[in-house]
Write a protein that binds this ligand. Structure first.
Ligand code: NAD
Ligand code: DAU
Length: 353
């Protein structure tokens, strides 16, 4: 008899959201054995999990979700009760430069896991769960009005969102065709600590700190709906335990911001924290060529999650952003580590082409 009452694989646990989720589950559920499966791509970093790595209920396994034999061996070894699947290529700009990498990881990788899950759980579905973590970008782009609900039609417009949409469809197909017990959640933009500085908020924080231009795509009018990463992790926790099999849940906090307004807000927070005169950091703003096919607006309607499971975000944006800036200022070594090497090549290609 195992000393644990559940064995759970979290894929992509060394990444931004995955590391927050692993930390939450390892600390909150000592009776769960948590296996973090991650390929440690440029976006995966075990430094993100230093504080939990010696916990008795935590195990790290390096592996690639597209490797069927390796996934099969892990299912054999650990006899998982559940998978929470976050591993993915996650950056839209990289998907524009290299779409096939996204097809491989997000589509083929997800299907590989679904196949292995089906093989091991067939006839023993009771109590099992394949939880797929997805994005609001699968619904496409909104105009000034309206929100994405769980029944909004899929309309992905970037290679990243097309690959995530395909993965969602495969998850639903495995549920309907083979009875695999699945749940999907689609979340809006996350922000917080350990966010790789290729994404808007950490990139701007890093560039403000180091006095480099702040590259705002187009006119900066595009709108994103921002959620603190720990609120996303808490929503996943709730859905994992109380969500209904076969369902989808949208996660978001009614917190829409134009990109340019976020950049100004970050500049003013950082002017204060760095002792710069008001307006100093904003002089770094530089409007650059727009992202091809740039989605105008995302906005999530989280009513189902709120009504069914009682979820609400805990933090106001300004408070979350201050905490985030403080973390980056206090963790210069982390930033230096992740921005050396590959990041320099990426940055050069993306912003100086
Ligand atoms: P991230 O890029 O920070 O982390 C992805 C992780 O997956 C990394 O640790 C990486 O090493 C790992 N990985 C990549 N390819 C792999 C492979 N083939 N095999 C095993 N591991 C692999 O991503 P994130 O921002 O933390 O996003 C996590 C998930 O949440 C993704 O599925 C993403 O689509 C989804 N999501 C992200 C956001 C957001 O705002 N960041 C919002 C909604 C949904
Ligand atoms: O909506 C959820 C999605 O949010 C997740 O599924 C993705 O994994 C995640 O990367 C994020 O996608 P976005 O494309 O919205 O995030 P990003 O941080 O790349 O960009 C946010 C906005 O800022 C977007 O409108 C593009 C703009 N931007 C981004 C960068 C990196 C800039 O203006 N300049 C930049 O340098």
């Amino acid at each position: 008899m195992s000393e644990y009452n559940k064995t759970l694989m979290i894929t992509g646990g060394a990444g931004f959201i995955g590391s927050h989720l692993v930390r939450l589950f390892v600390n909150k559920y000592p009776a769960y054995r948590i296996i973090n499966l991650d390929a440690l791509t440029y976006a995966g970093n075990l430094e993100n999990l230093r504080d939990v790595e010696s916990a008795p209920n935590y195990i790290f396994e390096k592996g690639d979700i597209t490797d069927q034999d390796a996934m099969d061996e892990l299912f054999n070894r650990y006899n998982f009760d559940a998978v929470i699947h976050l591993a993915a290529e996650s950056h839209v700009d990289r998907s524009i430069a290299d779409p096939l990498a996204f097809v491989k990881t997000n589509v083929v990788g997800t299907c590989t896991l679904l196949n292995v899950g089906r093989k091991h759980w067939s006839g023993k579905e009771e109590g099992k769960l394949f939880y797929h973590v997805s994005t609001d970008e699968v619904f496409g782009s909104l105009g000034k009005e309206g929100y994405f609900t769980e029944s909004s039609p899929y309309d992905p417009r970037s290679p990243y969102s097309a690959s995530k949409a395909a993965s969602d469809h495969f998850v639903m197909a495995y549920h309907h065709t083979y009875g695999l017990p699945t749940i999907i959640s689609n979340c809006s933009n996350n922000y917080g600590s350990h966010h790789f500085p290729e994404k808007l908020i950490p990139l701007m924080i890093n560039n403000i700190k180091t006095n480099r231009p702040l590259p705002v795509y187009g006119k900066g009018e595009n709108v994103r709906d921002w959620l603190y990463v720990d609120d996303h992790a808490l929503a996943i926790d709730l859905i994992f335990h109380k969500g209904r099999i076969g369902e989808k849940y949208n996660i978001g906090g009614f917190n829409e911001w134009k990109n340019i307004d976020i950049v100004h807000l970050l500049c003013s927070i950082m002017d204060k924290k760095l002792g710069r005169p008001p307006g100093e950091s904003a002089k770094l703003i530089s409007f650059v060529k727009d992202r091809p096919g740039h989605d105008m607006r995302y906005a999530i309607d989280p009513t189902k999650l709120n009504k069914e499971l009682g979820w609400k975000p805990s933090l106001q944006f300004e408070e979350g952003l201050e905490k985030t800036v403080d973390w980056y200022l206090q963790n210069e070594i982390w930033v230096k580590q992740v921005t050396s090497g590959e990041y320099q090549h990426y940055y050069e290609k993306q912003y100086h082409k």
